[in-house]
Design a protein around this ligand. Structure first.
Ligand SMILES: C[S@@+](CC[C@H](N)C(=O)[O-])C[C@H]1O[C@@H](n2cnc3c(N)ncnc32)[C@H](O)[C@@H]1O
Length: 219
């Protein structure tokens, strides 16, 4: 198994953020939202925190799905937050979706969240325990958690073949980021060990396909 090769934490390049926001993650993001809604049926009026919200597509899809939800999206990249602000305005959700530009390690939420979601951020984080500690401290006890990210393959060759299989037609910047994100990602065993370290006995890990893991359950 190859070692983790860490990529930069914050996606703060204008071009990098623009290419990421323009990519078509509609199916993945809609699946994420539907899976969240299906897994937790007590979320109608909840306050949901999205750690590493990027350009905000998941926030908007979740707001559409549950009309009484209020959401806060946090991202440390000013370029991403600007794109998210534009998208939220265009979707007409400025009263329900708040955006904040800060590293989660330095952030204190205005209130404890009823649920925490995060997609594709953990692989950017040098010390993953900081992320799970944030999940523990920013949410109410027994709050739903739904986190998804890439799974590190066993070799650079497998990473390259995943890029070729799933991003053949994508712009070079996106293919580049996907490849290095795969190398920077965690294995299922590593995530399981992180959850154990934080004593998360009600969180479970699953591997839904050849390049993702998901963690679900309650804090
Ligand atoms: C691959 S993007 C995923 C964006 C979004 N969740 C999605 O699914 O489209 C990862 C995001 O995490 C953000 N990020 C990385 N480290 C962060 C940190 N310490 N605090 C807050 N955001 C961070 C990056 O700036 C980037 O926008």
């Amino acid at each position: 198994m190859m070692d983790r090769r860490l990529e930069p934490e914050i996606m703060d390049g204008e071009e990098q953020a623009r290419v990421y926001a323009a990519a078509d993650f509609a199916k993945e993001n809609q699946d994420f939202v539907e899976q969240f809604v299906k897994t937790y049926d007590d979320m109608e009026k909840a306050f949901v925190l999205d750690l590493g919200c990027g350009p905000g597509d998941i926030l908007i899809r979740l707001a559409r799905c549950l009309p009484e939800l209020s959401l806060l999206g946090l991202d440390a990249s000013p370029a991403m937050i600007r794109l998210a602000e534009d998208a939220v305005k265009e979707a007409g959700f400025t009263t329900r979706i708040t955006l904040h530009c800060q590293r989660f390690q330095d952030f204190t939420p205005p209130a404890l969240a009823d649920a925490i979601i995060s997609n594709s951020m953990l692989h950017h984080i040098p010390n993953p325990l900081q992320f799970w500690y944030a999940v523990k401290t920013m949410a109410k006890p027994r709050a739903p958690v739904f986190v998804m990210d890439l799974l590190r393959p066993d070799s650079p060759e497998t990473a390259q073949s995943l890029v070729d299989q799933y991003a053949a037609e994508e712009p070079e910047q996106l293919r580049h980021d996907f490849y290095y994100s795969l190398l920077s990602a965690f294995t299922e065993d590593e995530v399981a060990a992180q959850l154990a370290e934080l004593n998360f006995s009600r969180l479970f890990i699953d591997v839904p396909d050849d390049r993702h893991w998901m963690v679900y359950g309650r804090t």
